[in-house]
Design a protein around this ligand. Structure first.
Ligand code: DQA
Length: 148
């Protein structure tokens, strides 16, 4: 049976393509979703691609993932830098987690240089643009197949 993964996107990522293209490129959220679905299928992963602007909804996604998904890829967006609730929810999840950022948060404003989740995730990808999503899917497949 295929492994099941969830890709969780935080606030304002639904506006990719429209927001700060110098940081996030010109790809739209819909196109990004399509590319992720195609890559996951190719790698025989079942994927759910989600987005929310609401912190509590993201906590719910993570809690529900405990029973439903074998791995989490998360771009928590601005909540990366602020949300103890998302950190706590991720800490309860006992399977692989990949933290993802389109931009290089470590060479941006000081408030973005702190991630509240980096020390509890399996690994992270940042600064490689939207291609980071593809790398995260490939990495998750390797983690789930113990090929890492
Ligand atoms: C982001 C970086 C965050 O600092 C920012 O708030 C985002 C997107 C990224 O993908 O580069 O919304 O997570």
């Amino acid at each position: 049976m295929n492994n099941k993964i969830i890709i969780i996107n935080g606030p304002n990522l639904n506006l990719l393509g429209e927001r700060e293209q110098s940081q996030y490129g010109s790809i739209t959220f819909e196109k990004l979703k399509e590319i992720c679905l195609v890559k996951s299928k190719e790698l025989e992963l079942s994927v759910e691609f989600t987005q929310s602007n609401v912190e509590g909804e993201i906590v719910n996604f993570i809690q529900e993932a405990r029973k439903k998904f074998d791995g989490i890829i998360i771009n928590a967006a601005a909540f990366t830098h602020t949300s103890v609730a998302i950190r706590d929810a991720l800490a309860i999840y006992k399977k692989p987690i990949i933290e993802l950022h389109i931009s290089n948060i470590y060479k941006r404003e000081e408030f973005r240089q702190k991630s509240l989740i980096s020390d509890i995730v399996t690994g992270g990808i940042f600064g490689l643009g939207s291609y980071g999503y593809i790398l995260a899917i490939i990495s998750m497949q390797k983690l789930l197949r113990n090929e890492n």
